[in-house]
Design a protein around this ligand. Structure first.
Ligand code: NDP
Length: 322
């Protein structure tokens, strides 16, 4: 039983590979540069990797790039997408939106040619859910029927939001037109121990709290990477799974995250003062997220305290904290 994981070297991708190997699957893992040990060494250190992990070189924008990786698979987990800071990007459409959309279609096109594939799981995001134009408030419950509006993402220059929204929309259209059984997993902000030897974009707000002068006026919905990876696997294995699944925790302001971290790590230095800057996402009013569907997959959420502790311990173990 072989499955393919795209973006296998990433934060979520690496955990997916780990849990899939643990469940006895053979994993065809795609990475951009199979010769870069930073992208592959941690994968080959996983239990079962020597026997059942196969690396494939694939680039989202290269047509046909994923064709060989999905051959003979029964499932495909598509996590690869540009997760970069807009401030490091010169042309967000070319560097973020296009690879996300074209890459997703590239992967789905490869899947459409393989009869053995039973289901494709794509990693979308809460970013593809919340920006609909409908008002958000404390008592508003956002569920899987919400879909961000590309025009609104573009108007507010939220390129990552646009990349995830446009990619997910294109994926649903392609899957429907081509008879592909597809499920999307839409996580909030992902925490937890990294398997990869780098700090990815969602761990940075936690890393940045240590030794900083100020903390940001930001509220995120944290969810543990292991719960996110498990949601992907349960959505693949459960025959009744379908549609979208929001996978996220409760909204938590940075000050509340700090409170937990201070108690867990009295030896670390944390900021006392809140910055007066507010980002677009953190400025969105608080809202509730329906977890009914994801809970029906049997996902039991890791408490945030545990996830934060494992995040810091994991970062320390990998010497990613100064
Ligand atoms: P990472 O940055 O850790 O992983 C992203 C992966 O995408 C990397 O493995 C990278 O490959 C691959 N990738 C990026 N661009 C390309 C490209 N042009 N061609 C081929 N591969 C490419 O991010 P995460 O693990 O956090 O994210 C995984 C998925 O989850 C993404 O789709 C992201 O949008 C989604 N997500 C993440 C959340 C989070 O908080 N972390 C929240 C919600 C959704 P390489 O290593 O070779 O560079």
């Amino acid at each position: 039983k072989a499955v393919c994981v795209t973006g296998a070297s990433g934060f979520i991708g690496s955990w997916l590979v780990n849990l899939l190997l643990q469940r006895g699957y053979t994993v065809n893992a795609t990475v951009r540069d199979p010769n870069d040990p930073k992208k592959t060494q941690h994968l080959f250190a996983l239990d079962g990797a020597n026997e059942r992990l196969h690396l494939f070189k694939a680039e989202l924008l290269d047509d046909g790039s994923f064709d060989s990786a999905v051959q003979g698979c029964i499932g495909v987990f598509h996590t690869a997408s540009p997760c970069v800071f807009p401030s490091t990007v010169k042309d967000p459409r070319a560097e973020m939106v296009e690879p996300a959309v074209k890459g997703t279609l590239n992967v789905l096109r490869a899947c459409a040619k393989v009869a053995t594939i039973k289901r494709v799981i794509i990693t979308s995001s809460l970013a593809a859910v919340v920006l609909t134009g409908k008002p958000l408030a404390d008592d508003v419950v956002v569920d899987e029927t919400w879909f961000s509006e590309p025009v609104l993402c573009e108007k507010s220059k939220q390129w990552y939001m646009l990349s995830k929204t446009a990619a997910e929309k294109a994926a649903w259209e392609f899957a429907e037109a081509n008879g592909i059984d597809m499920v999307s997993i839409n996580p909030g902000m992902v925490s937890g121990p990294p398997l990869q030897p780098t700090v990815n974009i969602s761990l940075l707000p936690i890393v940045k709290l240590i030794g900083a002068e100020t903390f940001s006026d930001a509220t995120f919905r944290w969810v543990d990477v292991r719960d996110v990876a498990n949601a992907h696997i349960h959505a693949f294995e459960s025959s009744s799974a379908c549609g979208r699944y929001l996978v996220t925790g409760k909204p938590l302001h940075s000050s509340e995250v700090l409170k937990i971290l201070r108690e867990l790590y009295p030896d670390l230095s944390f900021p006392e003062r809140m910055s007066d800057k507010k980002g677009f996402i953190s400025a969105l009013p608080a809202f509730q997220v329906s977890l009914e569907r994801v809970k029906s997959l049997g996902i039991i959420f890791t408490p945030l305290e545990v996830s934060l502790k494992d995040t810091i311990d994991g970062l320390r173990e990998k010497k990613l904290l100064s």
